[in-house]
Design a protein around this ligand. Structure first.
Ligand code: GLP
Length: 233
């Protein structure tokens, strides 16, 4: 793991942009994307850049079950709003939160990932150490699946909804095994609320109790931190 600690989230975000641009220059065409506040600044830099993604593919990590793509809190909406409207890709993929048959949807998305191996994967991290929506206790072997969200995740994401009751309780997510197949991974974590998870990810043992710790086993991972998220290292 290459750990880089910056004065601010903004500086760390600029490094994420440089890494993505360099990967693209080197031929990366398939980008694994994440939602949440951590990559928002990166998407802002991409929107303002002259990088062209019209020959590139985007695969998102996860989506809430039960939210349609036009729901403001769906990840499909987030991606349109923060990136795709301004920077069109050749094709973009995300699990369908409204799929009628979860098993079929999981199989469909696994096929999408198989057809489009990811060159460059962006990740955030949940305060409980989840990546995508791979919650603590999830096997490292699984690929795409439908998961129950951990109570801590529902609580952390409540700020985006009117009440806790409105937060979806399930989500589709790429599995750890799919994430580890990416050639290059860049994880961004900012703020004090991430400090404990960041410490466990970097200094703890590799354990399903802290899903992000599995990244220690991948050969090309860069972790970009600000002072607060790095404060316990
Ligand atoms: C959600 C997403 C994750 C994201 C995490 C952290 O639960 N499923 O992919 O990394 O939140 O979000 P944030 O960057 O807003 O802290």
């Amino acid at each position: 793991m290459d750990i880089k600690i910056f004065q601010s989230a903004q500086e760390a975000t600029e490094e994420a942009f440089r890494l993505l641009a360099a990967a693209k220059e080197d031929g990366a065409t398939t980008f694994g994307l994440a939602t949440g506040s951590s990559p928002e600044g990166l998407y802002e830099l991409l929107r303002a850049s002259d990088l062209d993604f019209t020959d590139a593919y985007a695969l998102n990590l996860d989506e809430y079950r039960g939210l349609p793509a036009d729901h403001e809190q769906s990840y499909a909406y987030f991606m349109q709003d923060k990136l795709f409207k301004a920077k069109p890709f050749k094709e973009t993929f995300i699990p369908n939160g409204m799929a009628e048959d979860p098993e079929e949807e999981v199989a469909r998305y696994d096929q999408v990932i198989k057809n489009h191996p990811i060159d460059f994967q962006i990740l955030g991290i949940g305060p409980n150490g989840h990546i995508g929506f791979n919650e603590p206790g999830t096997s490292f072997e699984v690929t795409t699946h439908l998961t129950d969200l951990a109570p801590a995740t529902i609580q952390a994401n409540q700020r985006f909804f009117e009440s806790e009751a409105d937060v979806p309780k399930q989500a589709y997510t790429m599995g750890i095994a799919s994430i580890l197949n990416s050639k290059q991974i860049v994880l961004m974590a900012f703020g004090e609320a991430k400090a404990q998870a960041v410490k466990g990810m970097i200094e703890g043992s590799v354990t399903e109790a802290l899903p992000a710790s599995v990244l220690q086993t991948h050969e090309n991972v860069t972790v970009l931190l600000d002072q607060d998220s790095a404060s316990l290292l």
